[in-house]
Every structure is written in structure tokens, then in C-alpha cells.
Design a protein around this ligand. Sequence first.
Ligand SMILES: Cc1cc2nc3c(=O)[nH]c(=O)nc-3n(C[C@H](O)[C@H](O)[C@H](O)COP(=O)(O)OP(=O)(O)OC[C@H]3O[C@@H](n4cnc5c(N)ncnc54)[C@H](O)[C@@H]3O)c2cc1C
Length: 603
Amino acid sequence: MPVPTGAVTVTYQAPLRELRFVLHELIRDKRLSESARYPDYSVDFADSVLDAAGEFAQEVLAPINRVGDTKGVTWTPDGVVVTPEFKNAFAQFVAGGWTQLRGPQAFGGQGVPAVLGTAVEELWGSANLAFKLCPMLTQAAVEAIHRCGTEQQKQTYLPKLISGEWTGTMQLTESQAGSDLSAIRTRATREGDHYRIYGQKIFITWGDHDCVPNIIGLVLARVDGAPGGVKGISLFIVPKFLEGADGKFDQRNDVRCVSIEHKLGIHASPTCVLSFGDSSGAVAYLVGEENRGLEYMFIMMNAARLSVGLEGYALSEASYQHALAYARARIQGKPKNPQAGAKGALPIASHPDVKRMLLTMKSTTDAERALAVYAAMQFDLAQNETASAARANLLARGELLIPIVKAWCTELGVRLTSLGVQVHGGMGFIEETGAAQFFRDSRICPIYEGTTGIQAGDLAGRKVARDAGTAMFALIEDMQAELKSLKSNDAAVAAGTTIAIESIALLRSATESLLAAWRQDPDRALSVSVPYLMLSGFVIGGWLMAKSQHIAAAASSGDAEFYASKLQLTRFYLEHVMPECLSLASVVMNGVDSVMEADPALL
Ligand SMILES: Cc1cc2nc3c(=O)[nH]c(=O)nc-3n(C[C@H](O)[C@H](O)[C@H](O)COP(=O)(O)OP(=O)(O)OC[C@H]3O[C@@H](n4cnc5c(N)ncnc54)[C@H](O)[C@@H]3O)c2cc1C
């Protein structure tokens, strides 16, 4: 039996084509290409970056995905050691200038718009999620220092983080402080122009490794005497190596990786327990003002949550590519209807149920990608907008969408990569096919960077209830108005648009119901906040898929095969995937009491 392996079957041509469609046709906005902020941004520029990224993902990152899964990383008393393959890939990533893509130009970055950065990151996540996390966290550290650091901190750290000479980490979690960061105990003591940090952080991704000589931690800690709770948390820069008298960063700081975790997936990404201050205290530099650390972290959260959200569909895309290749190669079963033309044994891709699984994987992945890139664009447009009211509206829409991208895409990532295993049958359960790795790797995505429950609470509370639904109702209005303005003589397209419009009406009713529940008691809204979030994702995805259907139906020239495929995928999404909105809306509107009245003692 042919067993397609990880490196052989994934091709980036299909996702690249889809990314071009999303960027240049579906969410195209001339405000971006005309922006003085991005003078180099054009269709040709975006395509050339995507092509080069696709090639790097395919040639360098995908071939070592399984190597990382099987060999993992090694803890030693002197530090964490990654495989030579990963070390080499990281060096190539740096040499190719990829660490610079999103960094600010003033410090050696290319400063590309978030839409393009988001598109490229999908390719890294598809090819090798464990690898992707290192540049992603470095980018988050760059953003924190750039937005909140002093001029001296920017000059010291940004050029080296952006060039890839050093990497960065985000260090929030402690054993008693996960979702609830108010419980942080790591403490900081003032000492002249710096601080000394004592305590322990757990689960720190790429917290230690040997790809680069220095690692810059962005660490949350509590200054001695600070108020309790979230109001007493500060943000610090804690480098692994400090600057010596000669200007070289060769003085070992008092922070050490004391162990690494053994995990379900992303084996090549070191998940570290870091201990601070075992001897003299780890030297740390305050970012911004004392006690505003969580606020600064939240500035970075949008980018980090968007980036984790895209991991959900990046893995689904890779899983789909593998499943499709397998389903075309695997012969099993005979046609039920020989008159239809097929004779003899069939590739499983021809069985209606396998076709259904593949259509589910591909169409849902496309909807998620469209939503994530649309969300990223709100921040690009906001940065470029000079009118304050318009800018505030763009930011409000972007922020509304962030928890939906994070949680909807990652929850679906688990579902879709599981379908990828299912398409393979028994071979999906066998590691050589690579199908199982995508499933295992995807399981962390709804957990880290704020669990699905935390995202849903953010959506219901901060994003919907706080402004009495203003941002959500504005999006609902825009989606509905746009779809109502689209006309088609094609019956399937018209039917798809009707489904999407009806689902938007469901989201309106569910939003009103959620707001009423929140006003009564926030816990009532929180008891249905995850179904509400999932409903929002399917509906907004449905709007973008209905729009895509119209674009594909109207396309008269160019890539006929692509548009024909787009037509069948959008139709499938609207007819097969969207009906889940009915059950989710019903849960939001009728399911509060069965949670509220349930006694946890009887669970
Ligand atoms: C592989 C890996 C990598 C990680 N990388 C990093 C990193 O680089 N930096 C870092 O700082 N952290 C990192 N983390 C930590 C990660 O962000 C936390 O594990 C996550 O935020 C959840 O916290 P917790 O594990 O303490 O779970 P808990 O907070 O104990 O949550 C357990 C369950 O309770 C639910 N829950 C808890 N509180 C609420 C609430 N208020 N409302 C609704 N539901 C709630 C959660 O949704 C979850 O289902 C990583 C974790 C892992 C496993």
C-alpha cells in the first residue's frame, strides 16, 4: 500500500493560490495598496513574498517536521539542545531574512502589513508548527519592546531580535497562575537602575535552546510592595546573557531552564520550566511603568492570538493536503453504480463519504483563512486611518474578531485534523503517514495563548457586552447589506447567499439574547459564550464564503479550474457546514439554564 510521507506529498501551490485569492480578490482594499505606510505593498510584491515563503516552507521546514516530532529536544544542565536539522533550518531562516519580515523598518525590519505577515505565517505553521513558534514569540517580544520600551531598550534589543541573532519569549505562566494571571508570584526587587527577579515560570515555549547565543524573556512579575491582583503586575526584559564591561553579551544571567515538558505534540518546541534567582537574582529591566505589565501584554495579545488562531487552519491545510494525496492513491471498494462510468476498484476519494470529509476539511479551512486575514486587515487599515472615529471603528472590529479567530479556528483545527486521520483509515493511526502528528500538534492550539473558554469570555464581556453590542451589530449590518446587494442568476449561488443572510439574522438574535443574559448576570452569558463564539465564526466565515461564491461565479477569465473548485467548495460550506449555526444559536438562546442550574457537586 502506498504510504505518502510528510515531506513528499505537501505542496504549497494550493494554499498559495488560495492566499492570493483572499488577499487580491476577496478582501482586497485599495486603502492598503495606496497607503504611504506601505509604499512597497502591491500584488506583485505580495506574490513574490508568498512564493519565496512557500518554497522555504516546502523545501526546508516541512522535511524536518517529522524529524522534530520523533527526535524532540534534549535538556542538559548547560541548556536545551535542539536537533542539528532544526539548528540548520533556523540559520537558513535567518539568512533568508524571514525574521525581518514584520519588524519595524527603523530597526532593520521590512514592516510588511499584517495581512501579508499573517499569510506567510500560515505557511510556516503548515510546514512545521514547532518551528514556527520561535519566530512568532520573537515577533511578540519585538512588538512589546517597540511599543512600550525605552529608546535605549529599543536600540539594544530590537536590531538583534529582528535580524534573528537573538530570539524572544513570552513568560506569563506559573504553576498557580495560568488563565488567572492575578495569581502571579514571581517577584522583582529594585536594585539601582534595574531589578532582580526571583521565582519560577512554567510552560515557556522556546524558553531555552541553542539556535542563538542569547534569548530575551519578556517576564511578568510583581515588584515588592505592589498591590495584589492584576493591578500589581509589571513587565520586565530578562536576557539569558547580560552585557559585560566590553559591550559583549557574555555575562550569564541568573535564569536557568531546570526541565522541559514531555508533550502530546509539538515535540521540537522546547516547553521550559525556568527558574529565576537561584543565586543572586536574575537581572531584569522594567518595560514601561511599574504595575502596568498586564496592560502591555494585552497590547501584544492581538498579534499573538491572531498568530495562534491561524495555526488552527495552517495545520488543517497540511492535514488536508496529506489526506487528499492519500485518498487519491488508496484503492479500496468498488463503485455502487457502475453505469456512472467508473469500473473496477476505486480510489477512496471517489466514495461519497470520503469526498464529504475532504470537502469539509478544505471548505472550512478556506473560511477560517478568509476570516483571519480579514481580521488582520482591520489593524492595517486602522494604523493607516487618520480620522479618529473611523480608526476607532476599525480597531473595534479587529478586536472583536481576535477571540473568534483564536478560538474558532483552533477548535476547528482539532476537528479537521481528526478528519484528516479518519480519511486515512487505519493508516491515519500509524505515525509514518504524518496524519497523526497534525492531529496531536493541533491539540495545543485551543489551550495556549488563552484557552477557548477565556477567548469566549473575552468576546462576550469585553467585546460584546462592554459596548452593548455596537461593534458586533455594526459587523452584522455590513455583512447583511453587502450580501443583499449581491445578485446572481445562478440558482446555487442565490441559494447560498440566502443561507448566509439567514445565518446572519441568527447571529443578531443570538447577540441580543447574549446581551440580555449578561445584563441579568454575566455568568448566564458565560455559560453559553463558547457556543456564541463558534456561531460567530461560522456566520462570519459564511459571509466570506458567500462573497467568494459570487466572485467565482462571475470570474470569466483566468484560472477556470480554481474558480470551479471554489464554486463547489463554497456551495458545500454553505449547505453542509452552515447548518451548525441553527443548533449553536438554539443553545445560545435556550441553553443558559441547564448550565446555570446544574450543581457542580452532581457532575
Ligand atoms: C505546550 C505549551 C506551551 C505554552 N507556552 C507558553 C508560553 O510560551 N508562555 C506562557 O506564559 N505560557 C505558556 N503556556 C501556558 C498556557 O498559556 C496555559 O497552559 C493556558 O493559558 C491555560 O492555563 P492553565 O494550563 O493553568 O489552565 P487553567 O487556567 O487551570 O484552565 C483549566 C481549564 O479551566 C478553564 N478555565 C480556567 N479559568 C477559567 C475562566 N475564568 N473562565 C472559563 N474557563 C476557565 C480553562 O478554559 C481550561 O479549560 C504554554 C502551555 C503549553 C501546554
